[in-house]
Design a protein around this ligand. Sequence first.
Ligand code: FE2
Ligand code: FE2
Length: 283
Amino acid sequence: MRIIQISDTHLSPGKAHFADNWPPLARWIAAQRPDLVIHTGDVTVDAADVEEDLRYAAELMRGLGVRFRAVPGNHDVGDAGHNHQPVNDQRLQRWHTHFGPDRWVEDVEDSRLIGFDAMLLGSGEREEARQADWLDAVMNDAAGRRISWFLHRPLFLDSPDEADTGYWSVKPQPRARLLELARRYSVGLVASGHLHRAHDFLNDGTRYIWAPATAFLVGEMAPPMPGENRLGAVLYEIDGRTLEAGIIEVPGLSRHWIDDVAEEVYPRRPDSQSAPPLGLRNR
Ligand SMILES: [Fe+2]
Ligand SMILES: [Fe+2]
């Protein structure tokens, strides 16, 4: 079984800054003949406010002609505790309308792939508690299958016990709970997006893969962190309990930098003059 993970496509009919990377990505996916495509979020430029972005991106995803699953990113459904775009029932409902559930299970041979919504973590929303119960349940009834997680935001940047990194990784409290769960069930893989960097490393017996974006790279707007400034995708081959993975260069992608167009794509809000764009710090 062949699976392709893509991430951070940042698609929008209104802001087409990264639209030229979709056709080469779609062509490459078709050539790989995958059984499933997993999108780890920031499918859209700004569906947290613009529903049309979600409708448009869902249509492009369906146009791949391959079955797909997706988990939302901060630009798709908002974020926990965000001043302007908090994740809430209304935003989640829009995701459900266009993309289906924001958490899901795929059993592939002797592997169980679990996708869940990292934007809910630390939000205090009712859905956060429901998702936590659901995650416990689907871990518990995995019946010995090897477990892989797919979520938008990475659990940590440098180390599992690092302090709050703000925008960039899961908050320490929900992170600790997830790491405990990962340890208890020997989770084999945690695959994420969000950072627009490529990275593949082992920690405490779990493999962590940061899927590169296909839309753009982030320059000096991001703090120093591990990984490489690359665009691309991740190719997985699952055979029984064995999962092989590799971060792959996708031919024809233009190396856009968000730093060059941030004010157009993610303009600063009037009440956060001193904050950088991208909505990174305006909370
Ligand atoms: Fe992104
Ligand atoms: Fe993101």
